[in-house]
Design a protein around this ligand. Structure first.
Ligand SMILES: Cc1ncc(COP(=O)(O)O)c(C=O)c1O
Length: 417
């Protein structure tokens, strides 16, 4: 499907947060990997729900019926977002970390002493520690897959660590520190060939690239709406047969089947409404830029991420080229212009004479929002020798502009003398 280049000016008008002025300058939001700004439509959907349809679900009266209908529509929207088909495979929760801890406990009940789980040095700790603690409780061994100096997964090492005793492989679709995109389909295939399950952390990936959980062949995929222009919510997609057969910690009156079995207590319905609106925002973006108009929401999301991908890759190339001209700056991970499809536009840097926190503080004084440290990708930061200071992380999302990239580069040139 052909598409027009991203109309950033129109996009930005939908995000009131981007208009924020600090002193005489407009704020620059390069903090997206820790949470994106939201379009007005997301905030409006949440306030509409709270003001006009607020109720617990499952009742016979109109607001409760509306709540159930909205939740079902949000599950359907999330199947389009994940690229899967069954709305009962979509579980909403407070965030990815909580959902992962919950799933890890349920899975660990099926593990036997001496069996193994595999985690990677590339992952955010939310895709490491829940599995490590669950393995400890079940008397299982943890295998850790190495990354190479370019922050890419070492597949040779992975191949050696997966074997007949492996029960689960936990891998990230993209690193929130280096931006590296991992071939999760290959990981899932390897896991499957040994009868192991795969859990994919798509939290970082989901704001930048089109999810395709079906093509990945993973058993579980998790992401967080607040990274893709929605509210603070987590979403887990799991193969239905597994969600049905696993035993969860739950209260007795709660449902024994379907996604409900995994949603503890009363759900954050306004957050679910906002998540639905975030998917709708992205689908509308796809519709506006595609030619001909996509036939359905799924195709509209395909188009949206095509457009986002092209725009972000241009900005990423511009940022990397500028960074390479600043003496002594080290870019973490993939930096070669012909390899940009292997990374998201999340660029982390270090400098031998300036600590990341010092730089983030100086940029904050210039109204440029960035993060310093390891961003919870502790294993990666340690494996690349970046601890204890970590990196300065510059996170580009689709609402960023070339002018913003140039302003950030100019500030870094001033600071890194
Ligand atoms: C790659 C990655 N995985 C997991 C998480 C944790 O997500 P949540 O805050 O939804 O628990 C984050 C949050 O920054 C992340 O970037």
């Amino acid at each position: 499907m052909a598409h027009r280049p991203l109309d950033v000016a129109t996009v930005r008008r939908r995000f009131p947060g981007l208009l924020r002025r600090e002193g005489d300058r407009q704020a620059i939001f390069f903090d997206g990997p820790a949470g994106s700004q939201v379009p007005r439509s997301v905030a409006e959907a949440m306030s509409h729900y709270l003001l006009h349809e607020n109720a617990n679900h499952g009742g016979p009266f109109s607001t409760s019926v509306a709540t159930d209908a909205m939740c079902r529509e949000a599950q359907l929207a999330m199947t389009d977002f994940f690229g899967t088909d069954d709305p009962e495979e979509i579980v909403f929760g407070p965030n990815m970390t909580t959902l992962t801890f919950q799933l890890s406990r349920a899975l660990a009940r099926t593990w036997q002493p001496g069996e193994e789980i595999v985690v990677t040095d590339s992952d955010h700790d939310a895709n490491v520690t829940p599995w490590v603690l669950a393995a400890r409780d079940a008397d299982c061994t943890v295998q850790r897959v190495r990354v190479d100096a370019a922050a890419e997964l070492d597949f040779e090492d992975l191949r050696q660590r997966i074997g007949p005793r492996t029960r689960l492989v936990a891998v990230g679709a993209a690193s929130n520190l280096s931006g590296t995109i991992h071939d999760v389909a290959r990981v899932a295939e390897l896991a499957r060939s040994h009868g192991a399950l795969t859990f994919v952390d798509a939290v970082h990936y989901a704001a930048h690239c089109r999810l395709d959980a079906s093509a990945w062949g993973a058993d579980f995929v998790a992401c967080s709406a607040y990274k893709f222009f929605g509210p603070h919510m987590g979403i887990l997609q799991g193969r239905r047969v597994l969600l049905e057969e696993l035993e969860t910690y739950k209260v007795r009156p709660a449902a024994d089947t379907g996604a409900e079995k995994w949603q503890h207590g009363t759900a954050c319905f306004e957050g679910i409404a906002g998540t639905l609106a975030a998917v709708e925002y992205l689908a509308a973006l796809g519709r506006e830029h595609a030619d001909p108009e996509p036939p359905d929401r799924r195709a509209a999301l395909d188009a949206a991420f095509d457009v986002i991908h092209v725009h972000e890759r241009e900005l990423c190339a511009r940022l990397l080229a500028g960074l390479q001209e600043i003496p002594d700056v080290r870019v973490v991970g993939i930096a070669a212009p012909d390899r940009l499809d292997g990374r998201c536009a999340t660029v982390s840097i270090t400098h031998p004479r300036h600590r990341p926190a010092e730089l983030a503080n100086a940029l904050a004084e210039r109204q440029i929002h960035t993060w310093a440290g390891n961003s919870y990708a502790l294993a990666l930061s340690a494996a690349l020798g970046l601890e204890p200071d970590g990196v300065l992380r510059l996170g580009i999302l689709h609402y960023a502009t070339a002018e913003e990239v140039d302003t950030v580069l100019a500030s870094l040139r001033e600071l890194l003398v």
